[in-house]
Design a protein around this ligand. Structure first.
Ligand code: F6P
Length: 488
């Protein structure tokens, strides 16, 4: 039986829809983010799919109570996709999201800690791990197990991301016949990075993940790091050629599938009236050259250093004054986590400083937008001359792929060497070193002054890669590995 013929159970924290209430009426919003977009493509290929996700808004909790076994939201335009919202204890949910998943796991996996200052693991964190992270994983595991049992015990479970490292072990214990595939959307660091967590937590993470049949990452390096962690932290036998680890008489495979986009969907969006309207506005006010960044306000994106590098660029090249704009389109993210709220403040303060230092007349060197506005972002994708992605670490970075595809000015990607996207597009990008401000400033200058033919050649090469390695390929590779597991 192939993967597509079994019930497929998708698990992610953020789901494809979020319910709200306005003027007494229920409203539905399609979820945002790369994960949701990528998985939406998958659901269309399956006959019997259920997507289990957290009830996040108050109205989600009402829907979860009304329809515990799930709903078919008409907005998703897919009669075969049931959405099952898991209502969680609010305190457990808060500890899970704002203490353990973000920042603790996220910061470790993106190397964001300044270890002489944090994290401080206290009773609070230990409690949040047990009563928040582990408890939420157990609630989700129970929902998954119910779905597996209802399907006769033979379903395929596709788990997503760092929110659910403990879930696979729980599900396997209850449903031994299941196929478990887990895709991690963020970097997986080397074993020593995990030693920031006390043994109880890091071992729970690895043991939880070893409940899977296949563990998937964006790059080979992350997959290898996972296996090295199993070897060093759990003392398990690992085969780095076959990329697998033995545990409890089973084999767990580590694989890599670079996530991508659906080029057609993006091109259609780029031609939509709302995007064209924003593009017209941008074209009317733009200077000669546009440097763009589009990011969530996440410390891993390295936004402050990007502005400091731009400051150096303007200092080193006064001839750029009034001829260039740095357009920063930033979506507020995780503002209920203290570190994220503080980071947004630093972003605003840095923009004010750079603008105060260099502004001339009505020219503002940086134009900052802090809002969620996909149409504006796509209009800017079409218009940029240089896209800056200087992430400290980033699992993939889909902005690089989306933007180069629809860009109309032979824009150049200035891409951090620490992004998953750099493995695929680095050869045609200008590489940025995320901590070296002078290098970033020089690289921006090189990109801004690159000869037209070279810009064109590089962009066309990037576009070929994005078209070839599209999201359908990402999904097919995973389903093929799942089929291999089912047959094996
Ligand atoms: O990169 C991991 C990820 O889960 C993305 O898929 C998503 O866009 C982003 O983080 C959003 O995080 P959150 O759900 O916390 O807003």
């Amino acid at each position: 039986m192939e993967a597509q013929e079994r019930r497929v159970i998708l698990v992610s924290n953020r789901g494809p829809v979020q319910y709200g209430r306005e003027d007494g009426q229920r409203t539905t919003n399609r979820g945002a983010g790369g994960l949701v977009t990528a998985l939406s493509g998958l659901s269309g290929q399956l006959q019997d799919a259920v997507w289990i996700c957290a009830a996040m808004s108050d109205e989600d909790v009402v829907v979860a109570g009304e329809s515990p076994s799930g709903v078919y939201p008409p907005e998703l335009d897919d009669d075969d996709l049931r959405i099952r919202l898991v209502a969680l204890d609010p305190t457990a949910q808060e500890d899970f999201y704002t203490v353990i998943a973000n920042p603790l796991l996220w910061f470790i996996q993106h190397h964001l800690y300044d270890l002489k200052a944090g994290p401080n693991i206290t009773r609070r964190e230990m409690h949040a791990f047990d009563a928040g992270y582990a408890a939420v994983n157990r609630s989700f595991a129970a929902a998954v197990a119910e779905e597996v049992e209802a399907a006769g015990g033979e379903a395929i479970v596709m788990v997503h991301d760092y929110h659910f490292y403990l879930l696979p072990h729980e599900v396997r214990a209850r449903c031994p016949g299941v196929v478990l595939h887990h895709f991690v959307h963020i970097p997986w660091p080397q074993p020593d990075s995990w030693r920031v967590l006390p043994p109880m937590m890091r071992e729970a993470v690895f043991e939880g993940m070893l409940g899977n049949d296949v563990v998937g990452f964006h790059t080979e390096r992350y997959a290898r790091n996972f296996l090295l962690g199993c070897q060093e932290l759990l003392d398990l036998p690992v085969d780095l050629r076959a990329m697998e680890v033995q545990v409890d008489g089973r084999v767990v495979r580590a694989r890599w599938y670079p996530i991508s986009i659906d080029p057609e969907t993006f091109e259609t969006l780029a031609a939509s009236p709302d995007v064209l309207q924003h593009e017209e506005d941008l074209a009317a006010r733009r200077r000669d050259q546009l440097v763009l960044r589009v990011d969530r306000t996440d410390p891993s994106k390295n936004i402050v250093r990007g502005f400091l590098a731009y400051d150096i660029l303007l200092q080193d090249h006064p001839e750029l004054a009034e001829r260039i704009t740095f357009l920063a389109l930033l979506q507020p993210s995780r503002q209920d986590v203290a570190e994220y709220a503080a980071y947004l403040e630093r972003i605003r303060a840095t923009v004010d400083e750079v603008n105060a230092k260099h502004a001339i007349g009505d020219w503002q060197p940086i134009e900052l937008h802090v809002e969620e506005n996909l149409d504006l972002a796509v209009a800017a994708y079409k218009q940029f001359d240089v896209l800056m992605v200087n992430a400290i670490y980033d699992g993939m970075n889909l902005v690089a792929k989306e933007s180069i595809l629809v860009n109309e000015r032979n824009g150049v990607l200035a891409l951090s060497e620490n992004t998953g996207a750099h493995d695929e597009l680095g050869a045609f990008a200008v590489t940025l070193h995320p901590f070296d401000l002078q290098q970033q400033a020089d690289a921006l200058y090189a990109a801004l002054t690159m000869p037209a033919q070279e810009r064109r050649d590089r962009r066309e090469a990037c576009v070929r890669v994005v078209r070839q390695n599209d999201v359908a390929k990402w999904l097919q590779a995973q389903l093929a590995d799942i089929d291999g597991t089912v047959e094996g």
